[in-house]
Write a protein that binds this ligand. Structure first.
Ligand SMILES: Cc1ncc(C[n+]2csc(CCOP(=O)(O)OP(=O)(O)O)c2C)c(N)n1
Length: 503
């Protein structure tokens, strides 16, 4: 509480119950139950991205942590501040190698910025304060604390309520700022590749000023953590997902400056296709990587360029509501036309989210949270975290059916906590991206194994029934008109609702 922690996303077991009891003894931290650890960890990622501070995630020993790992990987890629508390057997019980014992640190090291095992009851307070500071350092990260049961139940002296200082984020060297300014001043068609804090708030505003001053394009990383976009805001084009398209988009640019992002690489290595898009170029300046202070870098770059005028938006380009049988483009069209100002959109629907990326710059201003680490099945949990972080904003999760199937339990938490979330499940009844990748590589996927392992149609999944069974009202729609009706109704009320969009 002293460190401003307000939320504990939990799936506890016996070894965490003393911490659970403490949430009653000292009220003030909201406990939220997730029915699978992946919901807790994905929600912590969404919460961290919107709140800018960590929630606690309370997990049960190694197996509980293992269940939550994929979304902690996504959280690491998002630079989300998250503090994971993993309960552990009593220290004197470790040597017995009881059934649930597992090497927790080995799991935690793959995604954590810091891992610590508490060694004494008195050590819990200082270790937790260190973990919170680590989660906030270097733009955000996951800090994992392993807390043995005997230390949880022992009596310890009062801890200090004062949070530890967060170390300063490294800033760009002046020489690099100068090089970036020179590249942009050369008057060629350059671009800023933006990530992290350069994609929202002050960072985005500064990028908009620089674009206005120099005429450079603004590009966003494919898996961005948090993007503010919509009409009136600086227009950021997301780098294409497919390697040849990304390479082509970058090849045409003269002068590329990175701010808050990693140098872009392809998702996968394909023979004959580019993988490190910017290798071998001499017109690239990396002003700030994901660990560095992107906002400071943009501020100094804007000053050097005399970029003081705000971004000037194009005249608005009204969106028409699509009609007829649904497809991904029409789903995007309906959502972009109807979404309210200030909504948080979670467009994790893989192929069905691509059209939305393009059209969303014309929607009302809003925030988007994308899949950062490519581990699918996070959308419904990200939406929970976003809704908990900012209950005043409508959250819309544009989700794919295959992805949603990893996170089905999320709807129960959405119902129980009465979260203001609309989920649109794009039910194309396939792992379509896998089929598409095979088609692009000239590999046939129509054989019984490949078609069977990429199809979700036998039997079809009843998304509306899955939601209703967990207390979330739902509707099944097949046309753009019905989707628009359903979405209007959902936006007019508070609370969770699911629209199963079949096509
Ligand atoms: C955790 C995890 N498991 C598996 C995959 C591999 N994978 C990538 S996309 C995909 C299927 C996507 O299907 P869906 O979510 O329905 O979206 P669509 O491709 O149909 O648009 C799978 C299984 C992954 N990226 N992450």
């Amino acid at each position: 509480l002293g460190a401003d922690i307000e939320l504990c996303l939990a799936n506890p077991g016996t070894t965490e119950m003393p911490i659970v009891l403490a949430l009653d003894t000292v009220p003030g931290i909201r406990p939220v139950l997730g029915l699978h650890e992946t919901i807790c960890t994905g929600a912590a990622d969404g919460y961290g991205r919107i709140a800018g501070k960590p929630a606690l995630v309370l997990l049960h020993l190694g197996p509980g942590l293992a269940n939550g790992l994929a979304n902690l990987h996504n959280a690491r890629r998002a630079r989300s501040p998250v503090v994971v508390l993993v309960g552990e057997h009593a220290s004197w019980h470790m040597a017995a190698d009881a059934p649930l014992a597992m090497e927790i640190e080995k799991l935690a090291e793959t995604f954590s910025a810091a891992v610590e095992r508490v060694a004494s009851p008195e050590g819990i307070g200082p270790a937790l304060r260190r973990a919170i500071a680590s989660a906030l350092a270097r733009n955000g990260g996951v800090a994992t604390l392993v807390v043995p049961h005997d230390h949880q139940i022992a009596v310890a002296g009062p801890g200090s309520p004062v949070p530890d200082a967060v170390p300063a984020t490294p800033t760009a060297e002046e020489r690099t700022v100068r090089d970036a300014a020179a590249l942009l001043r050369s008057g060629q068609s350059g671009a800023l590749i933006l990530g992290g804090r350069a994609l929202h708030g002050t960072g985005l505003e500064l990028a908009g000023r620089i674009a206005r001053r120099t005429g450079c394009a603004l590009l966003g990383e494919v898996g961005f953590a948090r993007l503010e976009t919509g009409w009136g805001l600086p227009s950021v084009r997301r780098l294409p997902y497919f390697a040849n398209e990304a390479q082509e988009a970058l090849r045409r640019l003269r002068g590329v400056i990175g701010v808050g992002a990693k140098k872009p690489v392809s998702f996968f290595g394909w023979p004959g296709q580019p993988n490190r898009y910017l290798d071998g170029r001499d017109d690239v300046v990396w002003l700030a990587g994901p660990d560095e202070d992107a906002v400071d870098a943009l501020e100094r770059l804007a000053d050097r360029l005399g970029a003081f005028e705000p971004w000037r938006p194009e005249p608005p380009d009204p969106l028409d509501l699509p009609t007829g049988a649904l497809d991904a483009a029409k789903i995007a069209g309906v959502l972009a036309a109807l979404q309210p100002e200030g909504a948080i959109i979670v467009p994790t629907a893989v192929t069905s989210a691509y059209p939305y990326s393009t059209i969303a710059t014309r929607a009302r201003p809003h925030t988007q949270l994308a899949l950062t680490g490519g581990a699918i099945g996070e959308g419904p949990a990200l939406a929970i975290g976003a809704a908990l972080a900012d209950p005043g904003r409508k959250v819309v999760n544009l989700e794919a059916d295959g992805s949603c199937a990893y996170a089905m339990q999320a709807f129960w938490t959405q119902a129980r906590e009465r979260l203001d979330i609309v989920t649109i499940v794009c039910a194309n009844q396939a792992y379509r991206i896998l089929q598409l990748e095979m088609e692009r590589a000239g590999m046939p996927w129509q054989g019984p194994a490949a078609s069977g392992l990429t199809s979700l149609s036998r039997p079809p999944i009843g998304w509306a029934r899955i939601a209703e069974a967990q207390g979330v009202p739902a509707r099944r729609v097949e046309t753009a008109e019905d989707l628009a009706d359903g979405l209007r109704a959902a936006l007019a009320t508070r609370g969770p609702l699911l629209l199963e969009a079949v096509f």
